[in-house]
Design a protein around this ligand. Sequence first.
Ligand SMILES: Cc1cc2nc3c(=O)[nH]c(=O)nc-3n(C[C@H](O)[C@H](O)[C@H](O)COP(=O)(O)O)c2cc1C
Length: 221
Amino acid sequence: MPFTRTIMLTMAGVSLLIPSLRADTDTNRETERLTCMDVIMTRRSIRRFRPDPVDRETLRHIVKAGSYAPSGGNRQPWEFIVVDTPALVDQVYPHVRWLGGDPPVGQRPTAYIALLLQDGTRHASSGGAAFQNMMLAAWERGVGSCCIGSIDRDQVNALLEVPPELHLFVILALGYPAEDPAVHETAESLRPTRDEHGVLHVPKRPLEDLIHFDRFTPPQE
Ligand SMILES: Cc1cc2nc3c(=O)[nH]c(=O)nc-3n(C[C@H](O)[C@H](O)[C@H](O)COP(=O)(O)O)c2cc1C
């Protein structure tokens, strides 16, 4: 069965219906391929997941995308630990923190990818490129993810046997989405909030508030 999902993107009063891709590349002809910009604009951090697992081929594909990210001096200063054994997935869960409320039992991630960097946080920019690549590659295949920086690192390092010379930079929580967050362009509060129906509303700063041409222009009073 192809994984298909329809995403309602409401931005600046414009609604776009975007059919996204599924996990099975053999079924591409049945669905419309997303452009790079579609993937960027429709990806949201997902914190509620369906129970069906993400298969190893898809997880390898996601890590491959991370490993092809740009890095300073092409050092590729990373290692990736894929956690998909259910018992270990359950053990990681209590050591990560969720914005907007913990996912209930039955809607928790089915896999994690821990991104380890050499030399502490010296390669943070390269690490950011790697995790963004992975989130976008996952989304293109219908897999939701959330980058988690708020981690009990001592506990997770011990669980995953991370060697002391590597820094646990972030963890990606992964799984098939069981929520469809709404994005809003607004200059007001930037805090994502969940409404009474459980829908997460994610504010984004409008382009006109943050773009400058040729030189920095202070905001108009
Ligand atoms: C470096 C980094 C660390 C993050 N850490 C957490 C975290 O610890 N817990 C969480 O629930 N979300 C975390 N997020 C996800 C952000 O909350 C999310 O990207 C933001 O609310 C915007 O939503 P969007 O990703 O749907 O655009 C993190 C994102 C980044 C890039």
